[in-house]
Design a protein around this ligand. Structure first.
Ligand code: 9MR
Length: 342
C-alpha cells in the first residue's frame, strides 16, 4: 500500500511550499495546512491570456492538465507519442513549484480517431494499452504526484463496469484490473488512483465503487487512491457528513483520497443567494478534506468561469461553477476557501 508514500508527499509538500510570497493567497494558506489546492489547467488559455497563468501560479500549488495528457492528444496518431503540450504544462508547474496530477491513462472518452468506436482483437487491445501506459508513465516518471489509471470505469446508474469504449469491448471486464498491473509494472513507485463522479457522498454508486475496490485490493490489484470528482449542482450535492463517511471508509482500506475535479454548478441566471450557497459548499469541501485522515489534495476543475466546461455541457442551463468570475474577480467561493484554510 502507498500510504507511507502519500504521507511523504504531504510532508514533502510542506517543504516545497515553504512559500516566499508575502501576500495571502489560497496557496500560501494551503501550504500552512499541508494541503494541495489545485486547478485544472488549459494550455490554450495560458497562451492567449496572460492573466490566466498569473492567477493560477499565484493561487494554486498543484495542476492537472484539463485535456493535454489524454490519449487523443498524446497519441493522436497510433504509435506516435506527442508530449509537446503536456511537457509545456510540466514546465509551467516546475517553474512555479507546483505538483502535478496526471490524468487519465485509460478512459472510454477522449479517444483518438483510430480507437474511437473500434473493437480490436483482444491481444492487440492489451498491447495498445500496455504501450500507452508504459510510454506515458515513463515519460513523466518521478514528476507526478498521482495517476488516474482508470477513469469512470463503473456504470453510474447500474452495477458493474461501464460497457462502453474499445477497452471494455475488446478485452472484457478484466481490462479494468489489468491496467493497474501494467501501470505498476511501468513505474513501481507511482501512486495509482481510480477516479469517478457521482460517488462523493454516501450513495448506491459510492457503495458499488467501495465494494468493487475492496474486492480488487483483496486480489492484490495495485490501487493506492480514490479520486472523488465532486462535480455538483447547487440543488444536488452531498452533505459533508456523508462525504466524511465515504472518505473514511476508503481511508480505512489504506487508500488515499483526492478531491479531483471540484466545481459547483449554479443556474445560468444566478443570484447573490446562489453565490452564497455555492461558497458554503466550497467551504464544506475544504473543511472535510482538512479534517479527513488522508485527503491531502483538493483539485478544482478550473478556477475562472471564463473557461469552465459547465455552460457547454449543460447547454447553457448551468454556469458560474468556479471561484473567479469571467473578469477574474474572486467570488464569495474564493473567500470561503480562504476562510476554511485559515
Ligand atoms: O473538461 C474537459 C473537457 O474540456 C473535455 O472536452 C472532456 C473530454 O476530454 O473532458 C472534460 O474533463 C472531464 C474529465 O477529464 C473527467 N471527468 C469529467 C470531466 C468533465 O467532463
Amino acid at each position: 500500500m502507498k500510504t507511507a508514500g502519500a504521507a511523504g508527499i504531504v510532508a514533502g509538500t510542506a517543504g516545497l511550499l515553504g512559500e516566499t510570497q508575502a501576500a495571502e493567497t489560497l496557496r500560501s494558506l494551503a501550504a500552512k495546512k499541508g494541503l494541495l489546492i489545485g486547478s485544472a489547467f488549459s494550455r490554450g488559455a495560458l497562451l492567449k491570456d496572460p492573466e490566466y497563468g498569473k492567477i493560477i501560479a499565484r493561487e494554486f500549488n498543484c495542476l492537472v492538465a484539463e485535456n493535454e495528457m489524454k490519449m487523443d492528444v498524446v497519441q493522436r496518431v497510433r504509435g506516435e507519442f506527442d508530449f509537446t503540450q503536456a511537457d509545456a504544462i510540466m514546465a509551467f508547474a516546475a517553474r512555479h513549484e507546483m505538483m502535478v496530477r496526471a490524468v487519465p491513462l485509460v478512459w472510454h472518452d477522449a479517444l483518438p480517431q483510430w480507437a474511437k468506436n473500434k473493437t480490436f482483437p483482444r491481444q492487440e487491445a492489451l498491447d495498445i494499452l500496455r504501450e500507452h501506459i508504459f510510454t506515458v508513465m515513463r515519460h513523466f516518471r518521478g514528476n507526478v504526484l498521482a495517476w488516474d489509471v482508470l477513469n469512470e470505469g463503473l456504470n453510474d446508474k447500474a452495477p458493474g463496469l461501464r460497457q462502453q469504449g474499445p477497452w471494455f469491448h475488446s478485452i472484457g471486464p478484466e481490462y479494468a484490473e489489468k491496467v493497474y498491473h501494467m501501470a505498476h509494472e511501468a513505474d513501481p513507485e507511482a501512486v495509482l488512483f481510480y477516479n469517478d463522479f457521482d460517488m462523493d457522498g454516501m450513495s448506491e454508486s459510492a457503495d458499488r465503487c467501495y465494494l468493487w475496490i475492496k474486492e480488487l485490493l483483496a486480489r492484490g490489484v495495485p490501487i493506492h487512491g480514490i479520486g472523488l470528482q465532486y462535480h455538483v449542482k447547487i440543488d444536488n450535492h452531498p452533505n459533508p457528513a456523508d462525504v466524511t463517511r465515504n472518505i473514511r471508509r476508503f481511508n480505512d482500506l489504506g487508500l488515499i483520497v483526492h478531491i479531483t475535479e471540484l466545481d459547483v454548478w449554479l443556474p445560468a441566471k444566478a443570484t447573490a443567494e446562489h453565490l452564497r450557497q455555492q461558497a458554503a459548499i466550497y467551504r464544506g469541501v475544504i473543511e472535510t478534506a482538512l479534517a479527513a485522515r488522508n485527503c491531502p489534495a483538493v483539485m478544482l476543475w478550473g478556477f475562472s468561469d471564463r473557461y469552465s466546461w459547465v455552460p457547454g455541457i449543460s447547454r447553457g442551463t448551468y454556469d458560474h461553477a468556479l471561484i473567479y468570475d469571467r473578469d477574474y474577480r474572486p467570488k464569495p467561493a474564493y473567500e470561503a476557501i480562504a476562510a476554511a484554510l485559515r
